[in-house]
Design a protein around this ligand. Structure first.
Ligand code: BGC
Length: 351
């Protein structure tokens, strides 16, 4: 096991951004940059041993800076996903978060955590910790939130992300990582041929602004049923108002099993390369986003233009708009406490 630190780039103000690469004894690597505590690369073998980077993203810091709306691999906080009108209440006090989506919705906490430069320390030869202090009322969210996100990589090819965000005022916190996966790499086109299984019996349908209606709908007999493996593309074009409205999947799925316990929520298999991805989390939900808004004007790694469905995201999370949805599992944290959570992504191959 080893960790390597390199200069990755500089912001306009001269601030340096570093990249940390953890490598295990199989040559699997995960690289994280201090800008956004961003998971920037995962290099892993296909069924013939060819090492490739399975994260869609950018070759340089400039890519991240010029395409901030993608959140490619970035850590997201203080509230990942959407809050209706950016409005929420804590202890009866009304708060207004930044309305950065169509001047209406708060998306990904206004981008604060994702576009900040985090501090980093190498904890061990398999583990790097990133830290960031979110100031009280930044983007409208109460609490000074001391946040650490720790990435580790084992010889079992598990990338583990540990979140710890402790507040000094009662507040809401919901964090995720926004990695875009393409197990065949974007060189081979879109991800519609990837076979996906989700351990989710229900999902949360949304309105035209992608805000949950409050309904927890069974996936049974719908295009949202991934309980047994099917390709992402099989039903993506179905005449389902939820899919039409979002141009594909961009929905929160409710993960089966006990919240707070690490559960296996996803298995993905890519038949051309044989690569697999397994996801585990203790959180209530996962956003399946199928890159519906990726466009060829934006250039990804190796100069390959993005395009619709060129990657998929499995963003573990509390459900979107939870603070305004009383029947969803809640993510309010008292002063002195906070959001403590683990998500794992395991890479592999099936021969
Ligand atoms: C959202 C998408 C959005 C993407 C990039 C996802 O979490 O659900 O609607 O386009 O993030 O911001």
């Amino acid at each position: 096991m080893s960790v390597k630190k390199e200069l990755y780039g500089k912001l306009e103000n001269g601030q340096e951004v570093f990249e940390y690469t953890i490598e295990n004894t199989h040559g699997v690597q995960v690289s994280i940059i201090t800008y956004g505590a961003t998971m920037n690369r995962i290099i892993c073998p296909d069924k013939d041993g060819n090492m490739e980077d399975i994260l869609a993203g950018f070759d340089s810091l400039e890519g991240h800076l010029t395409c901030p709306g993608y959140y490619c691999g970035q850590t997201v906080g203080q509230y990942a996903n959407r809050i209706c009108g950016g409005k929420f209440e804590v202890n009866g006090v009304a708060y207004q978060a930044t309305q950065n989506e169509n001047d209406k919705t708060c998306l990904h906490g206004g981008g604060e955590y994702s576009h900040a430069v985090w501090k980093a320390i190498i904890v061990d030869d398999d583990c790097v910790e990133f830290s960031y202090l979110s100031p009280d009322m930044q983007d409208g969210f109460p609490g000074n939130v001391e946040t650490t996100v720790t990435y580790s990589l084992g010889d079992d090819n598990i990338i583990q992300i540990d979140y710890k965000a402790i507040t000094d005022k009662d507040t809401i916190i919901n964090m995720t990582n926004h990695a875009y996966f393409n197990l065949a790499t974007t060189k081979r086109g879109n991800v519609l041929g990837h076979e996906l299984t989700l351990n989710c019996d229900a999902y949360t349908p949304t309105d035209a602004d992608s805000i949950p209606t409050g309904e927890i709908r069974s996936v049974e007999g719908t295009a949202f049923d991934f309980k047994t493996a099917k390709t992402i593309g099989q039903d993506i074009g179905a005449e389902d108002e939820q899919l039409v409205q979002c141009r594909g999947y961009d929905h929160n799925f409710c993960i089966n099993g006990e919240i707070g316990k690490l559960r296996h929520f996803a298995h993905v298999y890519e038949p051309v390369t044989g690569r697999t991805l397994d996801g585990y989390t203790d959180l209530p939900g996962v956003q399946l986003y199928t890159g519906n808004f990726m466009i060829p004007e934006d250039i990804g790694k190796e100069g390959i233009p993005f395009d619709k469905h060129y990657a998929f995201c499995l963003e573990t999370q509390y459900y979107p708009d939870t603070p305004n949805q009383k029947n969803f599992p809640q993510c309010k944290f008292k002063a002195g406490k906070g959001f403590i959570s683990t998500t794992q992504y395991k890479v592999g191959v099936k021969k």
